[in-house]
Ligand binder design. Sequence first.
Ligand code: NAP
Length: 250
Amino acid sequence: MMMNSLTGKVALITGASRGIGHAILLGLADMGATVVGTATSEMGTKTIHAALSTKGYAGGGVIMDVREDDSVAKALAAIEETYGAPAIVVNNAGITADNLFLRMKMEEWQAVMNTNLTALYRVTKPCLRAMLKAHWGRIINISSVCGLTGNPGQVNYSAAKAGMIGFTKALALEVASRNITVNAIAPGFIGTDMTSVLNEAQQAQLKSTIPLQRIGRPEEIAAAVCFLASPGASYITGETLQVNGGMYMQ
Ligand code: NAP
């Protein structure tokens, strides 16, 4: 990774209080970016501030609920005032609400769509204006292997994650002439709170389907984000990078 190659850039990472988003926060900060991570609670923003200040990185944490228009607007206004407009946006915040489709409640469908997919509209659109003006931007969307393969019990999640890939390709086409790249990452199974709900037997079963024979680490997704944000990835757009230990190869 090119050290300090993102110096002078402001990076926004949604859902950076823990898990994959937190690793992305630290990865981009390590490349010199001023990083702003979001959380849904005061405690989450404190975790972000503490992690950054321990390492002497520039940036901070803000409260943002990606399901709410007002919350997103308020957070983006505060970010612009304090740090400047983000040139790098990582849409990472996400949830699951699993159920077999026949049992799936409308609330489970809506919650997953709203948090994982509609949030891309809410967060990305207002951030695009400054990127268009600057003729430089990086938008990186954290999708999932489930968006490519489907997963039983996750019709809502798989649909949202596949939707993120369609969003990525269409927006990439719209903004390419302004030197803005839009890419997605499709992680496989990564060890975070999201996957800690699986019991030992489920984890062992899962590992048996992964050629690299282990669950991935958040830092391994962060490394892919750092690459896509780096100058070395300036000719890559509309792509979905699979980081899944070989469990699915397109
Ligand atoms: P996680 O550990 O559960 O963390 C989720 C993050 O999203 C937290 O920072 C959380 O903030 C934030 N978040 C949740 N709801 C939000 C909302 N309404 N508004 C704003 N932020 C919200 O999850 P993870 O495993 O790191 O997953 C990160 C992304 O990777 C997700 O999009 C997920 O779908 C995707 N992914 C994960 C895996 C995996 O195996 N872990 C695999 C493929 C894709 P709070 O702390 O404030 O709640």
